[in-house]
Design a protein around this ligand. Structure first.
Ligand SMILES: *[C@@H]1O[C@H](CO)[C@@H](O)[C@H](O)[C@H]1NC(C)=O
Ligand SMILES: *[C@@H]1O[C@H](CO)[C@@H](O)[C@H](O)[C@H]1NC(C)=O
Ligand SMILES: *[C@@H]1O[C@H](CO)[C@@H](O)[C@H](O)[C@H]1NC(C)=O
Ligand SMILES: *[C@@H]1O[C@H](CO)[C@@H](O)[C@H](O)[C@H]1NC(C)=O
Ligand SMILES: *[C@@H]1O[C@H](CO)[C@@H](O)[C@H](O)[C@H]1NC(C)=O
Ligand SMILES: *[C@@H]1O[C@H](CO)[C@@H](O)[C@H](O)[C@H]1NC(C)=O
Ligand SMILES: *[C@@H]1O[C@H](CO)[C@@H](O)[C@H](O)[C@H]1NC(C)=O
Length: 343
């Protein structure tokens, strides 16, 4: 549990209280990954291949003073391939997911519903690259933008009376036209607002929704998010851009060394947010267990606290099935957990 002990000793609780009075950081917490695990194995077995939360871990986090849990799920499990992306759910998988969400929100936490699909549907086996890009009209196997909207119509209808639910439209789109991301994002927002759901919506961009590259092109011929996503509209003006940030040399979050210049890598996007009257939510960031990373984390949390463009964050990651994963902060499991217990 390196992160929370570090964050608490660095004043996480203080950050939260300051934040609440200044109405800046409204949401802070962790991801609970696992609902999307073993993607190559559909539908998979609950508790073995995938699982959303460990309830006692949720208790631990909410008791520590954070208030938000991002809960990942897999579209191919929610909407089986046989019936396709849309309004027909696997009610068994849905009820397992709903139970996790309701557990969090009934304890007073916020739950982010995270469609962990990289803007792809039909073959998650080698995420993030496998599967047809949703809305790619030249791919006969691809789900359509309308099907994606229909999916969100159904999901948001089911949660629209729970004010502690936040809609995370799509995890980490990448390597596709940024204009198609805009079109898909807009269709999902419109679907959610049409059913009368009023909660906060987190809106992703291209390049794995990377905060450090928001103003840059992230694939051949792709326009920067900053150029395209200014066109996004929410009739309720209750959206934040969903952003991710890792500190290793290729921003992938797969190395334990923090080598990038943080938080200065947030300067361009922070300026862009301010100029365009938008806010952002850092729904993934993570760092290895070493002093340089601890300093980077602290400085990044402080940056978000000091810049009102950021309204929340969830650390990557807790989750019941991680085992020894180097970024795991699941209580009692994994290297960062063990370290805290030995302190
Ligand atoms: C629906 O999900 C359950 C797990 O909750 C699984 O056992 C079942 O096979 C799934 N059905 C389909 C059609 O994918
Ligand atoms: C869309 O689908 C076509 C046909 O499969 C494919 O050639 C093209 O690369 C896809 N577009 C993107 C952005 O991957
Ligand atoms: C983004 O583009 C700017 C201007 O071209 C460049 O200075 C910067 O290094 C780029 N940032 C990243 C993360 O690629
Ligand atoms: C990043 O660092 C790792 C060591 O942690 C190294 O193996 C890899 O080559 C580096 N990649 C880049 C792009 O510098
Ligand atoms: C900024 O956005 C808020 C709502 O998100 C709105 O009330 C306000 O008028 C906007 N200000 C400008 C200058 O566009
Ligand atoms: C944490 O960040 C704050 C604000 O930038 C700074 O004053 C403090 O020295 C940092 N602490 C550590 C341990 O890096
Ligand atoms: C849930 O967490 C508790 C406390 O750390 C642990 O004892 C239990 O084994 C966990 N359950 C599962 C299913 O991982």
């Amino acid at each position: 549990m390196k992160f929370l002990s570090c964050a608490v000793s660095l004043g996480l609780t203080g950050l939260l209280f300051t934040a609440q009075s200044a109405a800046k950081i409204l949401y802070a917490g962790v991801n609970s990954a696992g609902g999307e695990f073993a993607q190559q194995n559909l539908p998979g077995t609950f508790g073995i291949d995938y699982r959303f939360i460990n309830e006692s871990a949720i208790d631990f986090f909410l008791d520590e003073g954070v208030n938000t849990i991002r809960v990942t799920f897999l579209l191919e499990r929610m909407c089986p391939l046989a019936t396709g992306l849309g309004s027909t759910f696997n009610e068994s998988y849905f009820s397992e997911f709903e139970k996790a969400v309701t557990y969090i929100t009934s304890r007073g936490g916020y739950a982010i519903l995270d469609a962990h699909n990289y803007m792809r549907y039909n073959d998650p086996s080698s995420q993030p690259s496998s599967g047809s890009i949703i809305g790619n009209t030249t791919d006969p196997l691809a789900a359509t933008t309308a099907q994606l909207a229909s999916f969100w119509t159904t999901l948001s209808t089911r949660f629209k009376t729970n004010p502690h639910v936040i809609f995370g439209l799509m995890n980490e789109p990448h390597d596709m036209p940024t204009e198609l991301i805009l079109a898909n994002d807009q269709a999902m927002i419109d679907a959610i607002r049409t059913v009368g759901a009023q909660q906060l919506i987190l809106v992703p961009g291209n390049g794995f929704t990377g905060a450090a590259r928001w103003l840059n092109s992230t694939c051949a011929g792709c326009k920067p998010n900053a150029q395209v996503l200014t066109a996004i509209r929410d009739p309720l003006e209750n959206l934040a851009f969903d952003m991710h940030l890792y500190f290793d040399n290729d921003t992938s979050g797969t190395h334990s060394e923090c080598t990038l210049a943080a938080p200065s890598n947030l300067v361009p996007v922070t300026d862009w947010l301010r100029e365009n009257n938008h806010t952002a939510f850092l729904s993934e960031f993570g760092a290895g267990d070493n002093p340089n990373c601890a300093r980077t984390l602290n400085d990044t949390l402080a940056w978000m606290e000091e810049h009102g463009q950021f309204i929340g964050w969830t650390y990557w990651a807790a989750g019941p099935l991680w085992g020894d994963y180097f970024l795991s902060v699941e209580p009692g499991v994994g290297p960062e957990a063990n370290r805290r217990q030995s302190q």
